[in-house]
Design a protein around this ligand. Structure first.
Ligand SMILES: [Fe+2]
Length: 406
């Protein structure tokens, strides 16, 4: 079932009429280089029918059938149209087992995603090397700039709009921070592996370690955080009207993240990603994740890196192990500071550099998404697709993709 305002798509009609129209209006040009780089891709429906997208002499060509495609993906019409509408993503469908690679590699569907966004939705592909952050007067601006609540709000809004994130110092005082620390410790003590409300991983010693809880609002200190006027004042810097997501779902319940050293399994250290990477972009975005730092944020405790400006387009998957991958900007914060980032800004949470500390980064997250957006017809959050395993461990996408390949 589609959310209100989204049209059912006919596979044949879409490819013979609607998609050529979209390609002709500029979408084709945006995707051409990606199509050349990745080779022809085809979608085959389980209900029957297939189309190939490939780079031709005069732009993207749409060809019936999948004989010439380097990569062929089989999925239901429902899943395919959810990709077109940007309700589902390649990783989301892979984790859910809703797409099968019939030829080529399953992981290449993930690589194709920026190209598909250009073809279907006209979103440009973001080039980190070509992006320069500037202030309101056009002068270069340090992407590591931090603000306070006393700063000029027009400058803060400009930074958030262009960089895609914002750091604000000294929002909460010492007493408030102490209550956050106590609440985070209590939530940690009551989480149980496999409760489907917490994410777990394994460290090098083989110990099961808590990575996050998604029920922070059950703690008094975090219960009303989402509507603290200091935070909603920062959310109001966004150009779009956003409303707090407070309730009982994965986002809605409030999340506390606990960084741990020497992790070998689970989603504790996050590779470059967007927060709508498992789906729901057209329902939830723009989405802002606000982090309140309960303990220090730095390279030793587990940093948070942002790729400035990347919310303005689609970014091909970034592999942090690739020496040519952009490094982004490391945010730094002390307890009581906060950061905001658009869910569409590429960001990463690499492992803590130290493994001999008593405490690593702990941050309490609240989420705000587009006011007036239609409700999702599905049960639970898009990220719930990651919680398929009984032991609460989140499998690596590369392993999931291998399983879905021929
Ligand atoms: Fe994230």
């Amino acid at each position: 079932m589609l959310p209100a305002g989204f049209d059912e798509l006919d596979f044949e009609q879409f490819h013979s009429v609607e998609l050529p129209r979209r390609l002709g209006s500029g979408n084709g040009e945006l995707a051409l280089e990606e199509a050349k780089r990745l080779g022809p891709v085809a979608f085959r429906l389980t209900e029957g029918g297939a189309y190939t997208y490939r780079a031709g002499a005069s732009g993207i060509e749409i060809v019936p059938g999948d004989e010439t495609a380097r990569n062929v993906y089989e999925l239901s019409r429902e899943s395919w149209q959810a990709i077109v509408h940007e309700l589902e993503t390649a990783p989301g469908l892979l984790y859910a087992g809703k797409v099968k690679c019939m030829r080529g590699k399953a992981i290449r569907l993930v690589a194709w995603e920026p190209g598909l966004r250009a073809i279907y939705n006209g979103r440009p592909i973001f080039d980190p090397d070509a992006f320069e952050l500037t202030d309101r007067h056009g002068d270069p601006l340090d992407p590591a700039t931090a603000f306070t609540l006393e700063h000029d709000r027009t400058d803060m809004a400009h930074f958030l709009r262009n960089a895609g994130y914002l750091v604000v110092k000294n929002v909460f005082d010492e007493k408030e921070v102490a209550s956050f620390q106590q609440a985070a410790a209590e939530l940690h003590a009551t989480a149980v592996p496999g409760d489907r409300k917490s994410w777990w991983g394994k460290n090098a010693k083989g110990e099961e370690v808590l990575c996050r809880v998604t029920t922070a609002r059950t703690a008094t200190a975090f219960q009303d955080l989402y509507r603290d006027p200091r935070l909603t004042g920062l959310i109001d810097l966004s150009d779009t009207e956003l409303k707090a997501r407070a309730g009982t779902g994965t986002y809605e319940g409030g999340t506390v993240i606990y960084k741990n050293p020497d992790m070998v399994e689970g989603l504790s250290n996050l590779p470059w990603h967007r927060d709508c990477g498992m789906g729901g972009h057209s329902l939830n975005c723009p989405l802002i994740i606000l982090s309140v730092f309960v303990t220090p944020l730095n390279a030793d405790t587990g940093e948070l890196r942002m790729l400035p400006g990347s919310q303005q387009g689609s970014c091909p998957p970034l592999d942090a192990d690739n020496p040519h991958a952009p490094a982004g900007v490391a945010l730094a914060a002390e307890p009581g500071d906060v950061s905001l980032h658009y869910g569409d800004t590429m960001h990463a949470a690499p492992p803590p550099r130290r493994s001999d500390l008593g405490t690593y980064r702990i941050s309490a997250l609240t989420a705000y998404s587009r006011a007036g957006a239609p409700a999702s017809p599905r049960k639970g959050a898009y990220n719930d697709v990651l919680l398929g395993r009984d032991d609460g461990q989140v499998e690596h996408l590369a392993d999931v993709a291998k399983r879905s390949s021929p």
